[in-house]
Design a protein around this ligand. Structure first.
Ligand code: SAH
Ligand code: SF4
Ligand code: F3S
Length: 472
């Protein structure tokens, strides 16, 4: 669907607000929770609000608007939001701070009900499908002085051409699809982000070309299931026009690989069940595609995987890893793992440890299973007691850390190609960058190297970073 008109309407609201705000030196503060997709959404929110005439501040005390972009994939984000809202009440009373909350959590009715009841001073609630309407929501909240609730349960269209304010000048995220159709039984995402829908090849390619012109070096393609890009469209005969040969995820990688100026391409997250051979071949052939593949495992036990509705077995996952290792030179892997899914026994958990030992991941993101209202997992009767979940988590963590230590040791003495991202946060006389395998490397060097690729000799390893020296 053509959304140009909707975007135009929002541009008009931006203009009206900008005129109203001129010369007022207004500020906004934003807190983003959740995944890279949410961070990318926040960049769009920042783009809109800066055009409206607000500038960013890190201190909510200085702000005229406090914005929250929420996540609900696990429970801890809820506690964090409610804690912050409690703190903001005073600022609201003292100086009329405008409070706007958006994102995934707002698609959950029990949460918005709680906010309306316990934090009635919040001005704007908006969902994942109405983010593009933020200028209109803000206009109505401030001009008409009323509470706004702009949340719909209809899959939002993909709006092209919204302003965007990116966090980095070197690395950029590009969302290639929205939503998810997989319904893993633990996961809330399909309920709050709606059904899978892909952006058009043309809009993605044009965005990446534009980023290349602006000097960006690294592109991360984002989606909940990136390797099923355009799959739903093909299955349902939804018309899309090919652009530069792009009609699948593999062809998208190949097309982006050809764009001059872009030096690195990453993507998160692919799903193991959709990891077809053409994607493996594209990764292997395309010199700019990083050889670190994030391949979410979730559990190493076939029965648990079935209960999770992941659609692969332990053996299929390991076979896929073997195939990648055989076909992609220098491939490295990272993963996501959940411990304590309902019904998981100690023995079944051992299978997860077994896969970790076999694959030798570069990085493992570990999560304790968190019950999410509305998901099948929440209704399962055999929930694992908290204490056991924590024990398993600690055991997994210990294994992962010992393996990462081993892996890190292997880097020492090697030469690594590193994209220099900026000054090190902990030591501004040092620079920081990342290897192809996404390891942080700290080294001494001139600031004009920022944004460039350098060859570094790794001289020592630490748990979360490597130390390097310029090589030659
Ligand atoms: N689409 C991505 C993941 C999105 S959520 C994928 O399929 O891999 C990011 C990670 O959060 C998931 O991979 C999973 O490991 C974790 N996660 C999701 N729901 C969870 C829950 N209810 N409890 C604990 N961890 C969860
Ligand atoms: Fe959640 Fe599964 Fe979809 Fe990932 S693939 S977002 S884990 S339902
Ligand atoms: Fe969280 Fe929504 Fe991402 S629930 S993980 S912010 S898609």
């Amino acid at each position: 669907m053509d959304t140009t008109n909707e975007v135009k309407v929002q541009e008009e609201y931006i203009e009206k607000l900008r005129k109203r705000n001129e010369g007022k030196n207004l500020k906004y503060n934003i807190l983003t929770m959740g995944c890279q997709l949410n961070e990318n959404d926040s960049e769009k929110l920042c783009g809109m609000i800066e055009k409206i005439g607000y500038s960013k501040t890190d201190s909510v005390k200085e702000a005229d608007i406090a914005l929250f972009n929420t996540c609900c994939v696990r429970e801890n984000a809820e506690d964090k939001l409610f804690g912050k809202l409690g703190e903001l009440k005073r600022l609201k009373e003292e100086k009329g701070l405008i409070i706007a909350i958006g994102g995934c959590m707002m698609q959950e009715k029990h949460i918005t009900d709680k906010i309306k009841e316990s934090y009635p001073f919040v001005d704007i609630l908006f969902g994942t499908h109405t983010l593009y309407k933020f200028p209109e929501d803000l206009y109505r909240a401030t001009e008409e002085k009323r509470k706004i609730e702009d949340i719909i349960d209809v899959d939002g269209e993909i709006y092209e051409g919204l302003p965007i304010k990116r966090d980095s000048k070197i690395k950029a995220s590009v969302t290639i699809m929205n939503g998810c159709n997989n319904f893993c039984t633990y996961c809330i995402v399909p309920y709050v982000r709606g059904r899978e829908r892909s952006r058009s090849p043309r809009s993605i390619i044009e965005e990446v070309k534009h980023l290349a012109k602006e000097g960006y070096k690294e592109i991360t393609l984002l989606g909940q299931n990136v390797n099923s890009y355009l799959k739903v469209e093909k299955e349902k005969n939804i018309y899309f026009s090919e652009y530069e040969g792009v009609n699948s995820f593999a062809t998208l990688l190949r097309a982006i690989n050809k764009i001059d100026g872009i030096e690195r391409i990453r993507f998160v997250s692919p799903h193991p069940k959709d990891f077809t051979d053409d994607v493996i071949e594209a990764i292997s052939d395309c010199e700019k595609v990083c050889k670190l593949i994030h391949l979410p495992l979730q559990s190493g036990n076939t029965k648990v995987l079935k209960e999770m509705n992941r659609k692969y077995s332990k053996e299929q996952y390991l076979d896929l890893v073997d195939k990648m290792k055989a076909k992609i030179p220098n491939v490295t892997l990272s993963t996501d793992i959940i411990v304590g899914f309902p019904g998981e026994t100690d023995e079944e958990f051992e299978d997860t440890l077994d896969v970790v030992r076999k694959v030798k991941f570069e990085q493992v993101y570990m999560f304790i299973y968190s019950r999410r209202v509305g998901t099948p997992g929440d209704k399962m009767e055999n929930q694992v007691p908290e204490e056991i979940k924590h024990k398993r988590f600690d055991k997994l963590k210990e294994l992962v850390e010992s393996e990462i230590e081993e892996k890190n040791k292997k880097y020492v003495g090697t030469i690594q190609k590193v994209l220099v991202e900026g000054e090190s946060k902990n030591n501004i006389s040092m620079l920081t960058g990342r290897t192809d395998s996404n390891k942080v490397v700290i080294f001494e060097g001139d600031k004009n190297l920022i944004g460039k690729m350098v060859m570094l000799k790794i001289v020592s390893e630490h748990m979360w970073y490597l130390r390097g020296e310029l090589n030659g």
